[in-house]
Ligand binder design. Structure first.
Ligand code: ARG
Length: 281
């Protein structure tokens, strides 16, 4: 009896957290009646791609705590999610001729949300790793990055290799490739938090010794915050960053790959990386 009450309470708490943790921005609206009729027709025949076209909108899932890929750029009362992934998502929406809607939530919930149909695709600086590829389909990669440490400036010469991390308090973002790698490879106390901004705060107030991070994001946090620097300890790269779609959404994935091939070939992704590394400096 007691146990089931506890479980129930935990479930209520979890639901509350999910409700608080997500928000939605729509850039365009479709009229209710048309959406409803086309939805029924598509349910009988259709692919995710057909539904997106019929609805006139593509829903992106992301976790906007990962600059320069996606973060909240706050300017007075204006709070906008910006970054390289958002530009890529916009290019995909434009290619499909539909509006883009952004759902922002914590990184560790994205794959489950994609698989229950809360969104059509995920761009979140997500590495196309083997474990994830068992449950979602990935596009071709649009970016590659190393894995590094983010440390307080006074510690910048302290760590030069992974074995110096033994016994340290290492912070990682929950559910990331860094979370898995650190737990498997470092003989340290690994703390996984949901939000990168909180990780950075814990590093600054010395509750953590280091953060194990993707290099590009670490560099951007170091540029945005005083007193933090990036240190390379020679850890292998994580798999390339790719767009995730629900398993079997092949028609949609094909369109996404067409856009990515173009953006990679004409240097547009690199250009956005440059642009967003500089934004807000
Ligand atoms: N690249 C890492 C991974 O794939 C971390 C991604 C975190 N992304 C985010 N939007 N917070 O697991």
């Amino acid at each position: 009896m007691k146990k089931s009450l506890k479980v129930l309470l935990l479930m209520i708490l979890a639901l509350g957290l999910v409700a608080c943790g997500s928000s939605t921005t729509t850039t365009e609206t479709t009229t209710e009646t048309t959406t409803e009729t086309t939805e029924t027709a598509d349910a009988a025949t259709g692919s995710a791609l057909e539904k997106i076209k019929a609805d006139g909108k593509l829903v992106l899932g992301t976790s906007a705590d990962y600059p320069p890929y996606e973060w909240h750029q706050i300017d007075g009362a204006n709070d906008e999610i910006v970054g390289v992934d958002i530009e890529i998502a916009k290019a995909i929406a434009e290619h499909l001729g539909v509006a883009l809607e952004i759902k922002d939530m914590s990184f560790d919930g994205l794959i489950a949300a994609l698989n229950v149909g809360d969104m059509d695709m995920v761009l979140a600086g997500m590495a196309a790793d083997e474990e994830r590829a068992k449950v979602v389909d990935f596009s071709d990669a649009y970016n590659e990055t190393e894995q590094v440490l983010l440390v307080r400036e006074e510690d910048k010469d302290k760590y030069t290799s992974a074995d110096q991390l033994n016994g340290l308090k290492i912070g990682v973002q929950l559910g990331t490739t860094q979370d898995a790698y650190a737990n498997e490879n470092f003989d340290a106390e690994v703390t996984a938090l949901q939000d990168n901004n909180n990780l950075v705060m814990e590093l600054k107030n010395k509750s953590l010794d280091v953060i194990f991070f993707s290099k590009t994001a670490a560099e951007k946090f170091a540029a945005m915050q005083d007193g933090l620097v990036v240190v390379d300890i020679g850890v292998p790269n994580e798999p390339g960053f790719s767009v995730a779609v629900k398993k079997g959404d092949t028609a949609l994935l094909q369109e996404i790959n067409t856009v990515i091939a173009e953006l990679n070939a004409n240097g547009q992704v690199e250009q956005w990386l440059d642009q967003y590394m500089k934004l807000g400096e």
